[in-house]
Design a protein around this ligand. Structure first.
Ligand SMILES: [Zn+2]
Length: 293
């Protein structure tokens, strides 16, 4: 089903905001320090590898109890894509699936099979991802730049054909990633955990694409710089669970930490950041259009 950002009826996050939740960032920080993280703001974790969590039921429960209203589960290869669909089925109307082919998991033997799987299930998904380019020197020994670009191009063509947003992983490859997405004429893209140069970021934002903030916004200089630069209309929150941030294994409930840090960094009220990033995610992924027609 094709979806467009315009005209999509989405849940108004303001209706679900916690009454009296207009605190300053410092006050919210104090609340969090006291452990009072329950139902503060309605949030979307726009990027999580749920199939890698050890106790998914408990993690989903904790997220729901703390105000998370939706999670986008991203796939990395054929096997994880099948798991992502199962998880989305199990937690219907809360977990929304994206299918992809992560540059860390490229196996040329499974390329056709995985592309076919994504295409067969394309009507069930809210996005295509995680896909992208990773030019880390150890990785390109395993998957050359040319191979990565070929796979990325094939998947971007699917995103374009079915008008799905693309969730982009990039490392040391920001300019190439942006160029391929733009050349593929993909209309909606999320450059997840952006840490690249500012000139590429400006092109990403002026193209109307999104960047997403992870928990690394608490401490990582390049990521903080990018999130400070991006305006709210181009911003999403995520955890990339179960990534380990300074020793902490993330799970979707930690999207609250991303919220608080983004609010502090930008000098905005957490309620404002929560409302706008949630609205962005709901519109971008067309979640209600697909699941609540
Ligand atoms: Zn990821």
């Amino acid at each position: 089903m094709a979806s467009t950002p315009e005209g999509v009826s989405y849940i108004n996050p303001c209706e679900r905001a916690f009454p009296g939740s207009i605190e300053t960032p410092r006050q919210v920080g104090a609340l969090l320090e006291k452990g009072n993280m329950d139902k503060i703001y309605p949030l979307v974790d726009s990027h999580a590898h749920l199939e890698e969590l050890e106790d998914l039921d408990s993690a989903i429960q904790r997220a729901k109890q703390s105000g998370v209203i939706a999670i986008v589960a991203v796939g990395s290869d054929y096997q994880s894509n099948t798991q992502v669909l199962e998880i989305a089925e199990k937690y219907k109307s809360f977990v929304y699936p994206a299918l992809g082919f992560h540059p860390w998991n490229l196996e040329i033997s499974s390329l056709d099979c995985n592309l076919q799987f994504i295409e067969t299930n394309v009507e069930k998904i809210v996005a295509i991802g995680e896909v992208g380019l990773d030019y880390h020197k150890e990785l390109i020994k395993l998957s050359s730049k040319d191979l990565q670009k070929e796979v990325f191009g094939s998947i971007l063509a699917l995103a374009k054909r079915y008008n799905k947003p693309a969730i982009i992983h990039s490392r040391y490859a920001w300019r190439d990633s942006f160029t391929l997405v733009k050349e593929a004429k993909v209309e909606r893209a999320i450059f997840h955990w952006y840490t690249g140069p500012l000139n590429v970021l400006k092109d990403v934002l002026s193209q109307g694409y999104f960047v997403s903030a992870t928990l690394a916004v608490e401490y990582h200089e390049e990521h903080r710089r990018a999130i400070k630069e991006a305006e709210l209309p181009n911003l999403l929150l995520e955890t990339d669970s179960p990534v380990i941030y300074r020793g902490h294994h993330a799970e979707p409930v930690d999207v609250i930490r991303a919220l608080i840090s983004v609010a502090e960094l930008k000098g905005l009220l957490p309620s404002m950041v929560a409302d706008k990033t949630t609205e962005n995610a709901m519109r971008l992924y067309g979640i209600p259009e697909i699941y609540h027609p």
